[in-house]
Design a protein around this ligand. Structure first.
Ligand code: G
Ligand code: G
Ligand code: MN
Length: 780
């Protein structure tokens, strides 16, 4: 098992260490007490052995004296001398009883045992072994039993016999010795190593097994420990008599047992106490660590709203760590707050940014709130920046932000978004109300300002959109507001409200602007032709080529709509090239079939401003093998006026190469005929707005008539377009107009239709040549 927790590990380590130390102490004390008990026992035994020896010696001396007294007795000696065995036996008996001997023996002069006071089963006593114990005493084995033996020689005066008194090494002796030595005594007589007879003061020792006994040893028997010394009293193989002095260790150990119990108790208490201490210590280390780890986890989760501290203040490393972590938490919180602020605020003004508006709007919409989003920006911002520099404008914005902020109504959010200007979110406000409010606010901003010596009267405009009625996403609403803003104008209309129809038109414009570049590739373009009728002859020498775009999804798109977009998006050159090629291919085809028509093509101001355009036209003519006189180019009056010098160069070059040129839509611009005089053009097309409602006596009639006259004076042929009736046709013919173009003559039609029409037109307009004409047409 792997212990993961620091606390458990510390506890385990400390407690383990303590247990080890205490165990060592316990073992040391325990073994030393046991050793000391054993040593004490050994000393006791040594002492006991000496005491035993001297007691036995004293006893032997005492017995020897008694035996000598018997041997000195005259009567006894006489009885021995006379060989009176019964008397000897009775005297022996008496004497033995008197001195408490267990056996009295009589040996004759030849050393033969004649009388034994306590004979064995065979009526005699068998002396099996004898050994000297001391000068006065012997140890003998008689009838397998050990005896202490003292003898005395009987002299009369020559030795006539010998008496011996034998004292059994018996229980009484053992008890007595035990009294004196304080040790247990065991007498053992053995034959050939086998115990024959044993007695002991220690009941347990009686049954001790036989075996070789060393002189000193420790015995473990029946759970008891004994220490003993063995003294050899007789050693006469196969007989041996030993005495063992035994000291049971139990008593000695018992005196230590209390000590040991106390030691064990003390050890246990120490272990318990130290374990508690270890637990506390480990806790006091591990708990702060755990609580700091917990704090770090909380910080990791982004929770900074608490103080990192330890339950107990501490001045150590952990306390320092806690302080550091708390400092870290504070700093991270600060920084995160700063980041959050930055994410939601604009650095220039310090106002909230779009992200904040988006959030507020989302929650307002989710909460079923309605309101108005306004976008306010400086009129002619680009010019302001150009004139005074970005810094000044930034300064102006900041001052305006302050003014607005001070005047904000409740439940509104003012934001600044670079590029979009001020964005104002007005919650719970109706549109009318919002228009008034925003107008007031713009009024505040319109006051004169002085910034760095520059006096300004900034014009702020606003576009408003209502949510959620008109939209609910910030991006959508901002787009709508900025469309409304585009409609706003300084003055009474500085606050404009978004209108959905405009949005649709805007979307359509956006799509067309995007798709126009692909129209040639997608083969969505085509050319139609509208004839121009020569009023003097009734012939059709020229047609106008008009481009058509059939958008695959939106259907037919009129040039009025897409030409402007193509000009804005830079696709116009592409379209012009396409038309040029289509027209020239058609002219080539007509010429090959004998149809001679001059085709007038419309070009844009941008085409004229492109210096390489004349060359491109020339190359196209060459490519299609069409003579320049079959091509005419129509340029609107306003296009000519845009970059007169550059246009003039191109016009001159085109004219020089033999291409006809016409001023289109004449009358819609501000050019004067005098100005046109300097241009190398041959045709003047009077705009259809003057022709459509042409009636005698009207302003249009005056303009058209004088224009025809003046144009003729300058050598220009006049084309009137927008002729929708025969009257108009005739009126124009009467006034000397050279060419007529209009629905009355023919609508713009496809090439094949035009061919068919040409045949009919011949007959239809032949009469014109016969008519009386007021003013003679000028030659072209
Ligand atoms: O036919 P109609 O509605 O087609 O023409 C509208 C306007 O589009 C006219 O003023 C005409 O000058 C312009 N226009 C038509 N075709 C072209 C073209 O191929 N190039 C340019 N630049 N203008 C064209
Ligand atoms: O300006 P420009 O010459 O490019 O004008 C050609 C435009 O005039 C084309 O859009 C053509 O459809 C339109 N147009 C030609 N004849 C008439 C007419 O009789 N009435 C009206 N309303 N438009 C005409
Ligand atoms: Mn035209």
């Amino acid at each position: 098992m792997v212990i993961k927790s620091l606390r458990s590990r510390l506890i385990l380590l400390l407690v383990g260490l303590l247990a080890l130390v205490l165990l060592a102490v316990f073992v040391a004390v325990y073994t030393s007490t046991t050793l000391s008990a054993e040593r004490q026992a050994a000393r006791q035994l040594e002492l006991g052995a000496r005491v035993f020896r001297s007691v036995l010696d004293a006893r032997a001396r005492e017995l020897a004296t008694a035996t000598q007294i018997l041997a000195a007795d005259f009567g006894f000696r006489q009885a021995v001398a006379s060989g009176d065995l019964p008397t000897i036996a009775s005297a022996l008996d008496n004497q033995a009883r008197r001195i408490g001997a267990d056996q009295a023996l009589f040996f004759d002069a030849a050393g033969e045992l004649r009388i034994a006071s306590a004979p064995g089963r065979d009526g005699q006593a068998q002396i099996q072994a004898v050994a000297s114990l001391s000068p006065e005493a012997l140890i003998a084995v008689i009838d397998q039993q050990p005896y202490l033996l003292v003898d005395a020689v009987l002299r009369a005066p020559l030795p006539v016999g010998e008496v011996a008194m034998a004292f059994r090494l018996d229980q009484a002796l053992a008890d007595e010795l035990r009294e004196l030595t304080g040790l247990d005594i065991r007498f053992v007589s053995s034959y050939d190593g086998e115990v024959q007879h044993a007695l002991s003061t220690l009941p347990a020792a009686q049954q001790w097994p036989p075996g070789s006994m060393r002189d000193k040893q420790t015995l473990n028997l029946d759970g008891e420990r004994y220490q003993l010394v063995q003294l050899s009293l007789l050693e006469q193989a196969p007989y041996a008599v030993h005495v063992q002095l035994i000291s049971p260790l139990r008593d000695l150990l018992a005196s230590f047992a209390v000590l040991k119990r106390e030691l064990l108790l003390i050890t246990l208490i120490a272990l318990l106490a130290s374990s508690l201490l270890a637990v506390w210590l480990a806790g006091s280390l591990a708990r702060p660590v755990a609580s700091l780890a917990d704090a770090a986890r909380r910080i990791g989760r982004g929770d900074y709203q608490f103080r990192v501290w330890l339950k107990r203040r501490r001045a150590d490393e952990l306390g320092m760590l806690a302080d550091s972590i708390d400092l870290m938490r504070e700093r991270i919180a600060e920084r995160e707050q700063q980041l959050a602020h930055n994410a939601m605020h604009d650095p220039l003004t310090g106002l909230p940014n779009l992200a904040m508006v988006r959030e507020r709007l989302q929650s307002a919409v989710a909460g079923g709130q309605s309101g108005v989003l306004a976008q306010c920006n400086l009129d002619e911002l680009a010019q302001l920046v150009n004139a005074h520099g970005q810094d000044l404008v930034d300064n102006l914005v900041c001052q305006s932000a302050e003014r607005l902020n001070a005047a904000l109504p409740p439940r509104s959010l003012l934001a600044w978004q670079p590029g979009s200007g001020f964005v104002l979110l007005l919650e719970g406000r109706a549109l009318d109300d919002a228009v008034l409010l925003v107008d007031q606010l713009l009024g505040l901003l319109a006051d004169k300002l002085q910034i760095e010596q520059v006096k300004l009267r900034p014009q702020w405009l606003a576009g408003l959109v209502e949510w959620p009625r008109q939209g609910s996403g910030v991006t959508e609403l901002l787009r709508q507001a900025s469309m409304a803003l585009a409609d706003a104008e300084p003055g009474d209309h500085r606050v404009a409200v978004y209108q959905a129809q405009r949005d649709e038109a805007y979307q359509r414009r956006l799509q067309l602007a995007r798709d126009i570049a692909y129209a040639p590739r997608h083969e969505e373009l085509s050319v139609v032709y509208q004839p121009k009728l020569a009023l003097a002859s009734g012939q059709v020498p020229q047609v106008e080529a008009l481009m058509r775009w059939h958008h695959q999804r939106l259907g037919p798109i009129r040039p009025d709509e897409f030409i402007v977009l193509a000009e804005q998006t830079g696709s116009i050159a592409l379209l012009t090239q396409w038309v040029l090629n289509a027209v020239l291919a058609q002219v080539r085809e007509w010429l090959s079939r004998g149809i001679e028509l001059q085709v007038a093509m419309n070009i844009s101001a941008l085409d004229l401003e492109d210096a390489s355009f004349p060359e491109q036209v020339e190359q196209a003519l060459e490519r299609h093998q069409v003579a320049p006189r079959y091509l005419s180019l129509e340029v609107t009056e306003s296009a000519l006026m845009r970059e007169p010098e550059r246009s003039l160069a191109s016009l001159q070059r085109l004219r020089d190469s033999g291409i006809s040129l016409a001023v289109d839509d004449y009358g819609t611009g501000y050019s004067s005929l005098a100005m046109l005089k300097s241009l190398p053009v041959q045709y003047l097309k009077i705009d259809k707005s003057f022709v459509l409602q042409l009636t005698e006596g009207s302003d249009d009639a005056v303009i058209v008539r004088s224009t025809i006259e003046l144009a003729h004076n300058m050598g220009l042929a006049v084309i009137a377009e927008g002729i929708e009736s025969e009257d108009t046709l005739h009126w124009l013919q009467q006034r000397g107009c050279d060419y007529a173009q209009g629905y009355f003559v023919s609508r713009p039609v496809a090439a094949e239709v035009l061919e068919a029409w040409l045949g009919e037109a011949q007959a239809r307009f032949a009469y014109l040549a016969e008519r009386e004409v007021g003013v003679s047409p000028s030659p072209v």
